[in-house]
Design a protein around this ligand. Sequence first.
Ligand SMILES: NC(=O)C1=CN([C@@H]2O[C@H](COP(=O)(O)OP(=O)(O)OC[C@H]3O[C@@H](n4cnc5c(N)ncnc54)[C@H](OP(=O)(O)O)[C@@H]3O)[C@@H](O)[C@H]2O)[C@@H](O)CC1
Ligand SMILES: Nc1ncnc2c1ncn2[C@@H]1O[C@H](COP(=O)(O)OP(=O)(O)O)[C@@H](O)[C@H]1O
Ligand SMILES: [K+]
Length: 502
Amino acid sequence: MKLLSAAQTREADAFTIKEEGMSSSDLMERAARAFVGWFENKFQPTQAVHIFCGPGNNGGDGLAVARLLQQRNYAVQVYLVGDNSKASADFKLNLERLPQEIPHQHLKEKQDITALPEGACVVDALFGTGLNRPVSGLYAEVINSLNGSNLTITAIDMPSGLYTDSQTPAEGAIVQANYTVSFQLPKLAFFLPQHEAFVGEWHIVPIGLSDSFIAAVETRLYFTTPQDVRHLLRPRKKFSHKGLYGHALLLSGGFGKMGAAVLAARACLRAGVGLLTIQVPATGYTVLQTAVPEAMTLADKHRRHLSELPKETDKFDVIGVGPGIGTERVTKTALGQLLATASQPLVVDADAINIIGSSDKLKGQLPPDKVIFTPHPKEFERLVGKSNNEYDRLYDMLDFCRVYRCYVVLKGNNTTIGTPDGKIFFNTTGNAGMATGGTGDVLTGIVTALVGQNYSLEEACLLGVYLHGLAGDLALKAVGEISMTASDVIDFLPQAFLKLQA
Ligand SMILES: NC(=O)C1=CN([C@@H]2O[C@H](COP(=O)(O)OP(=O)(O)OC[C@H]3O[C@@H](n4cnc5c(N)ncnc54)[C@H](OP(=O)(O)O)[C@@H]3O)[C@@H](O)[C@H]2O)[C@@H](O)CC1
Ligand SMILES: Nc1ncnc2c1ncn2[C@@H]1O[C@H](COP(=O)(O)OP(=O)(O)O)[C@@H](O)[C@H]1O
Ligand SMILES: [K+]
């Protein structure tokens, strides 16, 4: 699904209003109803609701929400913050519609801010996607007092003060919401870890924005939904044989890190590869033969480190390289040979990223349109460099993808995939239980398997990352986030495939 900028969201609102022949206040009413539908499921009418409204349409939403909640027997109190003389037309309309029984108070200066009762629910309707400068003055005072209140805050559309799609200047006050209930589509800001404390848990409520507008609008930003990836999965043909599902080679493992090779290999097999060969340092030979009997194992001549490529590398359809390999000189040399000679796609992870990141020569040898990097944030920094903030990191990632014509899978809570043609996809599966050693090796195995099965590199990234997170989400239900291990993620991979196919 596409992500829209704040400006595109405004255009989508305007287009929808025109297309459906309704007024902007009708759309606002729809938005308020959608918000209230979510709110009712979350909070009981026994809780007092304090709604803080700014001067624009976000404040207008807040006023409409106040009216609808009061109809549903919530005890509502409204605060009109700042100077409302220049308020938006739909704000004014909804202020007129506000029933007299709902107490409302103007907050015009700092002294007007009072403490809220314990247990109250706060609704933040100060600013939404129309925010156009950092929040200061009275609005900042209100925001700071809400943030200090320890009350549960639910933001309408956006946590007030946070820019929708660009870096918020450091001096601006930002609401720290527990929940953000946003209209129709998530906003770019929700996907950046630096905003966790502001956005809280985000939810989307549909408001019927024009499908045709969204289909036509140009963007390079996407988030992955089950619908987006489901259709990518290809069923197996009845008369097919293992030769049709690719022969993958994994170059992985090192002394003390043979487990990385085991995890990547097991995941690779569970993700449907036809044949798998693993090359490990000689001491790992028995480990791999025992732990992964389905795979063929080659022993490197070096006991502790990878130091050579197999004799016939051409026969493999894909090569996954990196988990557990270390950064010894012999390994660097072998990796250099691989980059210089590989004819097939490469999935590059862990220390293979670190080695390439530290050498401009190796970067210069990257074969175009053939490499997928799967760095975690530290490895990303070593490969691409340090960015000023997480927006810049997205642009730096795209630059890197464009210059080297490669794919980058930046791992994290919303793993972010960059493509050489300038697209960015945010994944939506996965959980903090996966923050444990070895889960990245599992991803390498999965993506390698998918490339081996002839999925395009973009498809393999999207599908692999989605399935990896989904397996983690299914594991979460069975073992919880604290006990989850990388092996659990592999164990739930079959169910993840089944769920996506269902
Ligand atoms: N369009 C639609 O039909 C629908 C829209 N919807 C809702 O509308 C929201 C967008 O509404 P919006 O565009 O009116 O902007 P909004 O976020 O309320 O802020 C603008 C106001 O704030 C002011 N202002 C800005 N920054 C400021 C600052 N730092 N400090 C102080 N003031 C500041 C700015 O004033 P000015 O810049 O003129 O001083 C202006 O008055 C969207 O998030 C969703 O909730 C839904 O109802 C669905 C239908
Ligand atoms: N908080 C989180 N939410 C969702 N996924 C996470 C979280 N933390 C880690 N993960 C996932 O777990 C994997 C960790 O990879 P990585 O750091 O390379 O681990 P390792 O090197 O131990 O294998 C990545 O795919 C990442 O997306
Ligand atoms: K808001």
